[in-house]
Write a protein of this length. Structure first.
Length: 562
């Protein structure tokens, strides 16, 4: 690859690498993630610097991964030797290509797609972008093969200009960002090893995950100095099953689920309100009962979970809030069911039955305590159920665990059990009260101001990258007790939990997102804007890196600077 791009301009190099990477199929959860890692390693090893220093490109297998996926690392050390290190990172997986429909066979062909969309009559914005010649189309073009390409051209630049590098750059490409973040989570141990064995002093990590217009006509280039977190709050809902001929005496778990969804889905009152930040409400990702075949019995239980972004809130605060919402939803359901039944008796003149409409609401942590008080062994049940259902994907396995716990309960009453399932992403952001963070933000702004003066670009700074990103796993703001509140409400954290909280807290690497610019990530019209991404952004990141390595002082263990 080096021979092909050596004599190209910066913009041509970045575009050529982007097109090549887009052409490699690397959908999440497939062996393509391993294949593209091999290609990235080969590209790096073709650079003269790494031919001379082959040991400075290496791979880290993801432990126990059935697909053989791996992280790719490369290290460039400047002539002015220093342990100060800036990390460049990007994820190498993409979402699938089924959304391309009849264009599925061309989803990885930017040349074909730009010609196709230049004649596309059903979206004028897409057509005009294709006709302009300024946009590159294809799955992964913006999310985020172009981001890898930007890092690669900068790695190449610094290997050829070692005098300009007052420290070192550590590159890493990680799989599985679009699902469980196994790549970056595994990389934490390698980052820790390099810090312990070679005294790397990590100043910041620069991610190139995509940025996009926040409204029509928006051409601001947003710099995100942190990452939003994510929780997956779940509701296991156990009802009272009946024959449909006796439906008014039952408690349908789907009815309770609908009350919960009504109160939670897209409810802006549950979204955090942080001035100047794009914050999103929780949204329903899954709602269904456990019936697998047709019969005339009402459902026994239902599963419900939500995507819940967290910015400054903790998992405990979210659990407390949703517990109150569940109490309100169940109280409403109880009243409606009771009223419906009373109306039925009035109409039919039947004497009626002595029926309880009570629906218990309880967190998993409290339910486990309750089961122990009743003589149950929930710990053993959790472990055995995880083993029994290890073939299921993680969320369904967690529901099976909670379901098994419910079966331990001698009191089989209607109830809603709140718990957390994977994935969990911590939130992090720069804090004004932290001396290091203030200095880091100052240095980043200086680099952006220099580029703005040179290029005319408009930059703006926000705390939270508005989508999920691997940078969430590089530092941790929650206290030990706040983390424990999460793990105690996770069914079997000791069995399937994978996040090395202690190591992340010790690394404490600030995460900056200087993203490639584009539109329609995760859509078949996905495209990256070439003038900014292929020309301006690489120089901005290089400039920022040098500013960081020159301008940031050593970080003390107490978070101060010296």
């Amino acid at each position: 690859m080096y021979a092909q791009i050596n004599n190209m301009t910066l913009e041509e190099k970045t575009e050529t690498l982007t097109s090549f990477l887009v052409s490699i199929k690397s959908m999440n959860g497939t062996s393509g993630e391993r294949d593209i890692a091999d290609h990235i390693s080969q590209i790096l090893k073709s650079f003269p610097y790494f031919r001379k220093h082959p040991e400075q490109v290496w791979e880290q297998p993801i432990p126990g991964d059935p697909l053989g996926r791996k992280n790719v690392f490369a290290l460039v050390t400047g002539n002015h030797r220093s342990e100060k290190t800036v990390i460049y990172h990007a994820h190498l997986d993409t979402v699938g290509i089924e959304d391309f429909g009849i264009l599925k066979d061309h989803a990885l062909n930017p040349h074909y797609l730009v010609n196709y969309f230049s004649r596309y009559e059903f979206n004028e914005d897409v057509r005009q972008d294709a006709l302009s010649g300024d946009w590159l189309f294809g799955r992964g073009s913006v999310d985020m093969k172009s981001g890898i390409a930007v890092h690669l051209v900068n790695i190449l630049y610094f290997t050829e200009h070692l005098d300009e590098l007052p420290g070192q750059i550590l590159f890493m490409a990680n799989p599985d960002e679009e699902s469980q973040h196994a790549g970056i989570i595994s990389a934490v141990s390698e980052l820790k090893r390099l810090r312990n064995e070679r005294q790397f002093n990590y100043l910041a990590a620069i991610n190139t995950d995509f940025i996009t217009p926040l409204y029509d006509g928006d051409d601001t280039r947003y710099i995100y100095t942190g990452a939003a977190g994510k929780l997956l709050p779940c509701f296991y809902i156990y009802g009272r099953e009946v024959h449909v001929g006796d439906t008014l005496s039952g408690i349908d778990p789907n009815f309770i689920a609908s009350e919960l969804t009504h109160r939670i889905h897209n409810n802006m009152n549950l979204a955090e309100n942080i001035e100047g930040e794009l914050t999103l409400p929780p949204s329903c990702l899954y709602q269904r009962d456990n019936k697998e075949t047709y019969n005339v019995q009402t459902a026994l239980s239902s599963y419900l979970y939500f995507n819940y972004f967290i910015y400054e809130k903790t998992a405990k605060e979210v659990m407390d809030q949703l517990y109150e919402v569940a109490l309100e939803a169940c109280a409403c359901a109880e009243k409606k069911l009771s009223d419906y039944y009373d109306d039925f008796l009035v109409r039919t003149h039947l004497p009626g039955k002595d029926i309880s409409w009570n629906i218990q609401v309880i967190t998993l942590e409290d339910y486990i305590k309750e089961l122990k008080q009743k003589g149950g062994d929930p710990d053993s049940c959790i472990k055995k159920t995880h083993q029994k259902f290890e073939h299921l994907e993680l969320r369904m396995r967690c529901f099976k665990v909670v379901e098994a716990l419910q079966k331990l309960d001698p009191e089989q009453c209607a109830k809603v059990i709140l718990f957390y399932a994977p994935p969990y992403l911590p939130h992090n952001y720069l804090r004004e009260e932290d001396a290091r963070d203030r200095q880091l933000l100052r240095v980043v702004k200086e680099a952006c101001e220099e580029m703005a003066a040179k290029t005319g670009e408009t930059f703006a700074y926000q705390k939270f990258f508005p989508y999920l990103a691997d940078g969430s796993f590089l530092s941790l703001h929650e206290t030990d007790e706040e983390i424990a509140s999460f793990t105690r409400n996770f069914p079997g954290w000791d069995t399937i939990g994978t996040i090395p909280f202690k190591d992340i807290r010790q690394l404490n690497i600030p995460s900056i997102n200087m993203g490639v610019y584009g539109k329609d990530g995760h859509k078949w019209t996905e495209r990256v804007y070439k003038p900014y991404t292929f020309k301006v952004l690489p120089e901005l990141i290089r400039k920022t890196s040098v500013h960081l390595l020159q301008g940031l002082c050593k970080v003390n263990t107490d978070g101060g600077i010296s």
